[in-house]
Design a protein around this ligand. Structure first.
Ligand SMILES: [Zn+2]
Length: 263
C-alpha cells in the first residue's frame, strides 16, 4: 500500500500499487515527488481494471487520426473544454500528437489568453513541455484521456454541448446523448445508436479486439499505414477490414500527402 497526497487540497489516497507500477501505466511523465503522483494514484484507484496501458492509448488515438484522415479529414483535430480549461489535440508537422491548453472565462466557453503548448505523445510516452510546469488539472485531463479516450471525449463534448471533433453544436437528442453527430461518428468510427452498434462495432472495439481477430488485424494495418502512409494497398486492406465489419464508408489513402501520426 502506498500513500499519495494532493498538496493543494490535502486529500490523500492509498493504493495497492508502487510508484513503479503507476509509472508503468503513464509513461515517464511523473518524476520523484511530483504533484502528478497524486493524480496518477487517483486515476489508478478509480480506473485500474479498465485502464489500458498508456502506450495503447497513444496508439489508439494515433490510429483514430489515421481513420479520420482516411475518411477525408485533411486536418483532424480534437478540441475540448475540461474543468475550466480549453484543450486542443492536433498533429504537428513532425507527426507527433500535440496538446495545447488555454484558459476560458469562468462559467463560459470564451477563450482567454493564448494557448500554451503542454506536451506531445511520442515514442509511446507523453513528453511534457520543458518550458512550463504542467498544471494539476492538465494532469487530470491526461489521466482521464488515458483511461478511456472515447468515453472521456464524449463526456467533455456533452458537457460543452459541442462535438469535440468538428466543433459543431450538438443539435438533435441523439447527438446530445452520445456527444457527437452522425458525420463525426462515421469519420472517427464512433458508436452511433444501439441498433447500429449491434451490427457494426466501433473503431475502438475493433481496435481493442484486433489481437483476437485472425483475419485482418486493424491495429497492425494502422501501424503499417503510419509507417508507410503512401502505401495504397495497406489503405485498401484497412478499408476491406472495416467493410467486413459492416462499415458503409471505408477509409482510403488521402489524395494529398497529408500529415499522419508517427508516434
Ligand atoms: Zn462533429
Amino acid at each position: 500500500m502506498t500513500s499519495f497526497r494532493n498538496d493543494r487540497t490535502g486529500e490523500t489516497i492509498n493504493v495497492d500499487a508502487t510508484r513503479e507500477a503507476l509509472l508503468a501505466r503513464f509513461g515517464e511523465t511523473a518524476k520523484q515527488d511530483n504533484w502528478l503522483w497524486f493524480w496518477l494514484a487517483r486515476h489508478f484507484e478509480r480506473h485500474a481494471p479498465a485502464a489500458p496501458e498508456t502506450r495503447d492509448m497513444i496508439a489508439f488515438l494515433a490510429d483514430s487520426f489515421v481513420l479520420a484522415a482516411g475518411m477525408g479529414l485533411e486536418c483532424p483535430r480534437i478540441r475540448v473544454f475540461f474543468e475550466g480549461k480549453r484543450y486542443k489535440i492536433y498533429l504537428s508537422r513532425k507527426g507527433t500528437l500535440c496538446f495545447k491548453s488555454g484558459f476560458v472565462e469562468a462559467g463560459t466557453m470564451k477563450p482567454v489568453g493564448d494557448e500554451e503548448y503542454v506536451g506531445c505523445l511520442w515514442g509511446g510516452k507523453f513528453i511534457a513541455s520543458r518550458d512550463r510546469t504542467m498544471l494539476p488539472t492538465e494532469g487530470a485531463f491526461m489521466a482521464q484521456l488515458a483511461a478511456d479516450p472515447v468515453s472521456f471525449l464524449a463526456k467533455c463534448s456533452r458537457d460543452m454541448d459541442r462535438c469535440c471533433y468538428c466543433w459543431s453544436s450538438l443539435e438533435d437528442k441523439r447527438s446530445k446523448d452520445v456527444g457527437y453527430g452522425p458525420v463525426c461518428a462515421v469519420r472517427w468510427g464512433l458508436p452511433w445508436g444501439v441498433s447500429y452498434n449491434e451490427k457494426v462495432p466501433s473503431f475502438a472495439e475493433l481496435w481493442a479486439n484486433s489481437h483476437v481477430n485472425d483475419k485482418r488485424n486493424i491495429r497492425m494495418l494502422c501501424e503499417d499505414i503510419r509507417r508507410e502512409p503512401r502505401d495504397e494497398l495497406t489503405w485498401m486492406a484497412l478499408g476491406d477490414a472495416l467493410a467486413d465489419a459492416g462499415y458503409r464508408n471505408r477509409p482510403s489513402m488521402p489524395k494529398k500527402a497529408i500529415m499522419l501520426p508517427a508516434v
